[in-house]
Design a protein around this ligand. Structure first.
Ligand code: 5GP
Length: 187
């Protein structure tokens, strides 16, 4: 039996740079992979099914909830997002460690259900900086951006419930910290 893999949950406010950070850490060691999660939101330009997300219809998402196929799922900024359960449990059982980038609600569910998961909070250097990043990426309209900033204020209050916190002031530096945390739990 291979040693069980570790699950690293990366969370934090929308726009904080979770996906960019994960992109800098991977590809890493062969036994470390990212979980592709599912969503009902439409793909943004350049996003691909099975690479960025599994893009599902509302009906298919609902079917998977009823069939217990999600480890956790949540409504985030008006769309549904969920972590596919079989993909996670099979890989962990085969000794593959996983990085899962999800929102604060999802991270709480995983913390409650899988005490052994390593949780890492990514914080922006300031709200002003977060707002600039959200506006700069031009993927949401103004109302959506305002909603995400409002949510971030509550989300930041969750930081001390995590095993680690990284302030994403400089992306390479933050990626280095994330790598170190992962290495310290996998080597
Ligand atoms: P976006 O639409 O900007 O790609 O993602 C919105 C938020 O949903 C981000 O905070 C992202 O990390 C989170 N998210 C992505 N996949 C999942 C998931 O499977 N579960 C939960 N709870 N949140 C997710």
């Amino acid at each position: 039996m291979p040693k069980k893999g570790k699950l690293f949950v990366i969370s934090g406010p929308s726009g904080v740079g979770k996906d960019t950070l994960v992109g800098l850490v991977l590809p890493g060691p062969a036994n470390l992979e990212r979980v592709v999660t599912a969503t009902t939101r439409p793909p943004r330009p350049g996003e691909r099914d099975g690479i960025n997300y599994w893009f599902l219809t509302a009906e298919e998402f609902e079917r998977r909830i009823k069939a217990n196929e999600f480890l956790e799922w949540a409504v985030v900024h008006g769309n549904r997002y969920g972590t596919p359960a079989p993909a996670v449990s099979e890989k962990l059982a085969h000794g593959i460690s996983l990085i899962l980038a999800i929102d604060i609600q999802g991270a709480k569910s995983i913390r409650d259900e899988m005490g052994e998961a390593v949780t890492i909070f990514i914080a922006p250097p300031s709200f002003k900086e977060l707002e600039e990043r959200l506006r700069g990426r031009s993927t949401e309209c103004d109302a959506e951006i305002n909603g995400r900033i409002e949510a971030a204020e509550d989300e930041m209050a969750q930081m001390d419930k995590y095993d680690y916190a990284i302030v994403n002031t400089e992306i390479e530096q933050a990626a280095g910290e994330l790598k170190q945390i992962i290495e310290s739990h996998t080597s």
